[in-house]
Design a protein around this ligand. Structure first.
Ligand code: NAP
Length: 259
């Protein structure tokens, strides 16, 4: 659905010209067609979120990138996207964002913000760390999704992408390690499945994706992919989503991942 919509939008962009500038300096490099699809990316100040913001903007989306500390999100600001404050664990912050968005529609919500607690043994299982992982990785996307439902319902795209992980796949867990992280990603996978069943009849497409092992602060320098490579393929997957994909779990290259 989104790719057809985006194609139409691209034509519209050409038709209206892209040089008019929106009033806020934050929007200086944003596409300007009134009907450009709008994407909101959480945790967009660094890593995969920053690259998602960059590449989606390049594809003609009006991008809203969120950061816990917008005043420090220099690279995100430099893109000229709309920058909004958001801590996904803080319900006041989430509600305030929904309030600021008001009557705006959001075609594509990408719940990308995440943390990776390091722990590989039952003997050192970190209960506080696990709670925190659930707060950010599992409940955070649900909090944002719930708050932005009015904006999503108003949109043409109606697409929700949860940036999960292969490590959330129970079937693919042959190596153990990372108790807290794995379970927090399995939980968002399950939440998304239920969301897909509830919202599917309204025309929503709710999917879970694994971005690959990527060279970010989280992935480290030895990871297989650069953010550019991962997000180039992932954006291709997102552009080709249709309602038939609702509830599915994709690798960044479009291959299905077992639950
Ligand atoms: N990199 C990989 O190899 C890999 C593999 C599989 C899945 N993933 C998933 O991909 C997503 C992005 O990962 P990444 O590699 O880009 O990680 P990253 O470089 O560590 O960036 C994480 C982002 O999440 C934000 N964040 C953390 N806690 C937050 C909160 N409470 N509220 C709002 N934002 C918060 C961070 O903001 P601050 O700067 O304020 O901390 C940052 O923008 C995560 O969900 C991760 O689990 C990554």
């Amino acid at each position: 659905m989104i790719h057809i919509y985006r194609f139409a939008t691209s034509l519209a962009l050409v038709a209206v010209g892209v040089l008019s500038v929106m009033s806020s300096p934050l929007h200086a490099a944003q596409p300007t067609a009134d009907d450009a699809p709008i994407a909101l990316v959480t945790g967009a100040n660094r890593g995969l979120g920053l690259e998602l913001a960059r590449q989606l903007q390049g594809k003609g989306y009006l991008v809203i990138g969120t950061a816990r500390k917008p005043e420090k999100a220099d690279e995100l600001r430099a893109l000229g996207v709309q920058v909004e404050q958001l801590d996904v664990t803080d319900s006041d912050s989430v509600k305030a964002l929904a309030g600021r968005l008001g009557d705006t529609h959001v075609d594509l919500l990408i719940n990308n913000a995440g943390i990776f607690p390091h722990n590989n043994s039952i003997e050192t299982f970190d209960f506080d760390g696990a709670e925190n992982a659930f707060k950010v990785n599992s409940l955070g996307p649900m909090r944002v999704t719930q708050a932005l439902l009015p904006q999503l319902r108003r949109s043409t795209g109606k697409t929700i992408v949860q940036v999960s992980s292969l490590m959330g796949s129970i079937e693919a867990n042959t190596r153990g390690t990372s108790y807290e992280y794995r379970a927090s990603k399995t939980a968002i996978n399950s939440f998304n499945k239920t969301l897909s069943v509830e919202l599917g009849p309204e025309g929503f497409t709710c999917v879970v994706v694994h971005p690959g092992w990527v060279q970010t602060d989280m992935g480290g320098p030895n990871a297989h992919l650069t953010p550019e490579e991962s997000i180039r393929d992932l954006v291709g997957v997102i552009e080709n989503l249709s309602t038939e994909d609702n509830g599915r779990f994709f690798n960044y290259d479009g291959e299905p991942i077992p639950w």
